[in-house]
Design a protein around this ligand. Structure first.
Ligand code: UDX
Length: 458
């Protein structure tokens, strides 16, 4: 640096898509960046009633909220239009403030990959930019191949072979949350992640090298990607971030009663509880809820089942009372506290990418019950690549029966197959720690990103 030249201070503006499965990994990545000395502001877009619950700071990170001003939204198009204009307004405001009060500060926008238009705003405002993927490299590679016209989803043949991946059948490929009519718009949203990726300064993934080595290596032949995960609070992994506190739950879109849950788990034997949760968005049909309920009843295990408030009415009548000596049904829980509790022996999961990474990193065997989107591909990897669980079979009526649920629980809780799964789970748990630990692949990727950011403006 030349004499009299003042060093610039780097400011990261982290912009997650406003859903729980996107806010969580972005917050954790932000914490890692803050721990390396960067100033970070996390921009969230929450409903007004949630704004009051938001902490102003979470582990050295400033939280900036966007209000939707009670906008009346009736179509998907209107939602996106309103969302992008709110984001633009907020970013302009933040950059103007910075230009006025923080003349030596330079910003980088780390935006969620599913909002690629954020890159245009960043460029207009003179910011550098990183696209942050909250899904696996494998799923991203599939979307890339679809965009390039190599495959269609759904596929017309029995299976497809793609670089760095096992053979994938139709039920292993991503699908829309709703129905086949919605599939084209779902696929176009997902392939859109690659629309301007050649123009972005950095591409980061919430995954880690050893977990997805083959497909990561292939994707790296197309884009300069960096894997920075697992994006899980340090206190559950490497325990290196001193100020890694409980503030994360302040960014939860749902409320839970932690104390009662932990006390209940404390009273159970090691690896004796089945934890059941389907993330923040998946909604099972009423018949499917009944099969899950009866499957849990059939198995002899204690269970903790997260049924969000919006889903409660689908529970069979009297189920909660009838099973109260064996199980707990709650509206939401601190999932990482549950997965890291010694009493939890298996996780019946929809295989959202965060839940998958969390179970892998905490060594909890899984019963994979994917619903839509990337969950189908994640389930394939859980069972056939990482071998840390079994996948439920769907019957001719399109349901997973109570017998199947009971059988799958036993496969991961008892006998020889369970031993093998537990051994593999332990292996990935250790590798996850190695990745984020000092000198691990994700730690070094984060260091490199920070170094490049610092030299970007000098
Ligand atoms: C969605 C998609 O399903 C997922 O595949 C995609 O990659 C991100 O967006 P979601 O369905 O909510 O997310 O699932 P998941 O990715 O598993 O994220 C849920 C998050 O909520 C996890 O971090 C989990 O720990 C947390 N959670 C879930 C709780 O804290 N408490 C709960 O009771 C349930």
């Amino acid at each position: 640096m030349e004499r009299n030249q003042i060093a610039v201070e780097i400011h990261v503006i982290a912009l997650p898509f406003p859903a729980q499965g996107h806010i969580n990994p972005m917050l954790q990545f932000s914490k890692r960046l803050a721990s390396k000395g960067l100033k970070v502001t996390l921009v969230t877009f929450l409903e007004n009633e949630n704004l009051t619950k938001l902490p102003k700071h979470s582990s050295n990170i400033t939280i900036e909220s966007i209000s939707d001003n009670n906008a009346v939204i009736s179509t998907v198009e209107e939602y996106w239009k309103n969302f992008s204009s709110m984001v633009e307004q907020k970013l302009v405001e933040m950059v103007e403030k910075q230009n006025k009060f923080g003349k030596h500060m330079r910003s980088c926008l780390v935006y969620d990959s599913i909002i690629p238009w954020a890159l245009d705003i960043a460029k207009q405002l003179g910011l550098s930019a990183a696209s942050f993927f909250t899904q696996s490299c494998a799923v991203s590679a599939i979307y890339y191949h679809v965009r390039e016209g190599k495959i269609n989803v759904p596929i017309e043949q029995d299976f497809v072979s793609l670089e760095g991946m096992p053979q994938l059948e139709s039920h292993d490929l991503p699908s829309s949350r709703y129905n086949s009519e919605d599939q084209p718009s779902f696929i176009s949203l997902m392939t859109g992640q690659f629309s301007n990726l050649k123009d972005v300064d950095w591409i980061v993934f919430s995954s880690f090298n050893s977990l997805e080595e083959e497909v990561m290596n292939w994707l790296a032949t197309q884009y300069p990607i960096k894997l920075v995960g697992p994006t899980i609070p340090s206190r559950y992994l490497d325990n290196r971030l001193e100020d890694d506190d409980d503030d994360d739950y302040g960014l939860s879109l749902f409320k839970s009663n932690t104390k009662t849950l932990i006390e209940w788990l404390d009273s159970k034997e090691t690896s004796s509880v089945v934890y059941v949760a389907f993330g923040s968005l998946a909604a099972l049909g009423e018949k499917q809820m009944e099969e899950v309920a009866n499957g849990l009843k059939r198995s002899d295990y204690h269970f903790l089942w997260v049924v969000r408030e919006s889903e409660e009415k689908k529970l069979p009548q009297n189920f909660v009372d009838e099973t109260s000596d064996r199980g707990l049904v709650v509206g939401w829980c601190p999932q990482l506290e549950i997965l890291s509790h010694k009493s939890v022996g298996c996780f019946i999961t929809h295989c959202g990418w965060n839940s998958t990474l969390e179970a892998l990193s905490l060594g909890v065997p899984m019963v994979a019950m994917p619903q839509w989107g990337d969950q189908l591909t994640n389930a394939k990897f859980v069972t056939d690549v990482w071998r840390v669980g079994v996948r439920v079979k769907v019957n001719v009526e399109g349901l997973v029966s109570k017998e199947e649920i009971d059988w799958c629980i036993r496969q991961v809780m008892e006998g020889e197959p369970a031993n093998e799964i537990r051994k593999n789970s332990e292996k990935w748990k250790n590798l996850a720690r190695v990745a984020v630990g000092e000198g691990g692949s994700s730690d070094m990727n984060i260091d490199e990103f920070v170094k490049q950011l610092q030299s970007y403006w000098n």
